[in-house]
Write a protein that binds this ligand. Sequence first.
Ligand SMILES: C[S@@+](CC[C@H](N)C(=O)[O-])C[C@H]1O[C@@H](n2cnc3c(N)ncnc32)[C@H](O)[C@@H]1O
Length: 294
Amino acid sequence: MPRDQAADAQHLYDDRASKYDDSWHPRFARHVVDLLDLKPGEHVLDLACGTGLVTFAAAQAVGSTGSVTGVDISSGMLAQAHLKQLHANIENVTFHQHSITSLSNLDGVQGQQFDTITCASALVLLSNPTLALKHWVRFLKPGGRLIMDVTHIRSQLGHLTLERVGKSLAIPVPSYRLNFESPKEFEDLLSAAGLQNLDIRLVSQAQASGHGQGIDAYVCDVNQPRIDRVYVVEDGQAIFERLIVSRYGEALAADGGRDRARELFLEEWAKLANDKGEIEEVDGVFVGVGWKPD
Ligand SMILES: C[S@@+](CC[C@H](N)C(=O)[O-])C[C@H]1O[C@@H](n2cnc3c(N)ncnc32)[C@H](O)[C@@H]1O
């Protein structure tokens, strides 16, 4: 049984590492880097860098006068990143295996301040995102910016429901711990960390695979998410059975907990239905940029 969030993430992502890039993440990471419009010479800290999807795209943008430092807890994910680095002979990137929630004792990061900090698809995994953000701002130069994303509350509904079951049973589920319904919630989080000039967008079809068009094609009205999928209450059973045998469900299924977890899951799932009995899913994430005051 993993001890804490970072150990949990390591366990989960070591397992996924070799197949991680066969997903929607490469396209989403590209969106994140496109939004930043990085300039040559910038020094970037890529938190929860994983297999280096954001790292290497950022490294290309900042060029040989800039640098990117990637930090991740998963040795499996970092091994994939190192392979890419070796293969493409990339010199302006350095990786560290460490938790992103305690950077003060990490050589290569402690005592440094970066122009840009990125954290793609990972803030929502942390146990205390508010505290993490405050910690990261210390490693930004005055006038530097931080970019991160938070899942829309109607996105990934199966995971959201599993997470709610975990909460009611006091069993941590390594799933999506943070979801927002409105941009205001994201603004509040960023302001509380001392960031300003906030720019919040809603990127739709975040989890759709494939490449296709640039970011503009996917940015939708921040207050009016697109409905991408519609389920019915009965779909909950199949969704539960799929998730409970995954890494996300294993803690809930342990010690004969599966039946109790199923019962609670189906109860929570049914609460998502509208008055027509439909459960509407948004495939979207809020992407936020905030600047540290000069
Ligand atoms: C969904 S992946 C995102 C990877 C990358 N940013 C991308 O966009 O493809 C989440 C990553 O967060 C890392 N992670 C989760 N919790 C962490 C922690 N406390 N410290 C460091 N890395 C963490 C995982 O190991 C995993 O590589």
